[in-house]
Ligand binder design. Structure first.
Ligand SMILES: NC(=O)c1ccc[n+]([C@@H]2O[C@H](COP(=O)([O-])OP(=O)(O)OC[C@H]3O[C@@H](n4cnc5c(N)ncnc54)[C@H](OP(=O)(O)O)[C@@H]3O)[C@@H](O)[C@H]2O)c1
Length: 346
């Protein structure tokens, strides 16, 4: 790196742009290889340079930011291959970007295909989908990545000890503690009474795969990729999103409990009544959609918004299928004014 024989103090704001570029470069290095930061620590106060030298410094830093991580990664992969997985999970933006693209790719495909093929479990259970397992076990296994993968990835994130990140991930973990542990426990009581149809293993495996992808995306965003320092609206967005999320969660859990309660009574499917059931056939799906809308607001991220879209793509066609199933099964006894999933709309 070139030095100046007669250094002049860096003048701000004249060189603000150059300074920003250096700071950004340092951040880039920090987010890619934390280890390298110690080599390249920049002290704003002690920095002296002419404008020309700023360019040299910037070029040098950019060069180092590209070459050092590459050399380091190359070294690690030879000396200790086991380091490559945490490295990949904590710093590989390419994997993250492709995972995000996958989410946006499968969402329209899911939406279109589910309008033609109802996922074959519950009311739409039918033969020809291979071996089945009990629904409580299926729900526990297929939803479990949202807990264990999130908890496994979080400690590798840059923001692992940032209180904002810990607070932000809490609603996600709260929802999936209910879905993975409490909901299957409630279902167990209906299984004990021998009232459940089996859950196809293939469907559980597909859901398991989706939950791996989604947990990686959501946990990765909150623990690593989100820029907390640059988000001046964090608490506003979090407060608003959390309010929406909690309303959705309340509706979802209440409706699930009502339906499982009806099932536990025995005697087959019944027309659910009361509360939001007077407006829509599937208030549990409505609540779930509202929850992930709240999550999208809270995180302010493509990952969060993508999950919200995917939930709509998955649950709106299924709600339509359930609604038609109710009307066919109960005919005149089924309330005509009910919509499928969005009150007064659809
Ligand atoms: N985020 C997502 O993409 C996503 C995807 C799928 C599900 N979920 C959530 O997972 C939860 C469960 O979903 P699900 O599709 O299994 O819900 P569901 O079809 O409404 O079933 C919920 C439970 O209630 C029983 N049940 C439903 N309608 C009934 C009736 N009329 N009479 C008696 N019992 C009835 C079901 O028994 P049977 O199983 O025998 O029908 C099942 O045990 C929901 O909260 C949903 O929002 C989320």
């Amino acid at each position: 790196m070139q030095t100046n024989s007669n250094p002049k103090p860096l003048k701000l704001p004249e060189n603000v742009d150059a300074y920003n570029r250096i700071a950004k470069t340092a951040l880039f290095i920090k987010s890619n290889e934390q280890k390298e930061l110690k080599i390249l620590t920049i002290h704003k106060d002690s920095m002296t340079s002419s404008h020309q030298n700023d360019q040299v410094i910037i070029t040098g830093l950019l060069y180092l930011s590209i070459t050092i991580p590459t050399i380091e990664r190359h070294k690690n992969s030879h000396s200790n291959p086991s380091l490559s997985l945490p490295n990949m999970l904590s710093s590989d933006q390419t994997l993250y970007h492709y995972s995000l693209l996958t989410l946006y790719f499968i969402t329209p495909l899911t939406f279109i295909s589910l309008f033609f093929i109802q996922t074959p479990y519950g009311k739409h259970h039918r033969a020809g989908w291979g071996p089945t397992i009990s629904p409580p076990l299926a729900w526990f296994l297929m939803e479990s990545p949202t807990l264990w993968l999130t908890l496994l990835l979080f400690p590798f994130g840059l923001h692992r000890s940032n209180p904002k990140a810990l607070i932000l991930i809490s609603p996600f973990l709260l929802h999936y503690t209910n879905r993975t542990c409490l909901y299957p426990l409630r279902l167990l009581k209906t299984t004990a009474a021998g009232k459940n149809s089996g859950f196809p293993v293939i469907i559980a495996m597909i859901a398991f795969g989706f939950n791996l992808l989604n947990a990686y995306l959501q946990a990765g965003w909150v623990s690593h990729y989100k820029d907390y320092d640059g988000d001046g609206w964090f608490w506003w967005r979090f407060g608003l999103g959390l309010g929406v999320f909690l309303v959705g969660m309340r509706v979802n859990i209440w409706a699930d409990k009502m339906l499982v309660g009806l099932k536990r009574q025995g005697g087959g499917y019944k027309v659910p009544r009361g509360g939001l059931f007077e407006l829509v056939s599937c208030p549990n799906y409505f609540g779930e959609i509202v929850e992930w809308l709240g999550w999208a607001l809270m995180t302010g991220s493509w990952a969060g918004f993508g999950f919200f879209l995917f939930t709509c793509a998955n649950l709106v066609p299924r709600a339509r299928g359930n609604h038609e199933w109710y009307m066919e099964k109960f005919g005149e006894d089924y309330p005509k004014e009910r919509k499928a999933v969005i009150p007064f709309v659809y």
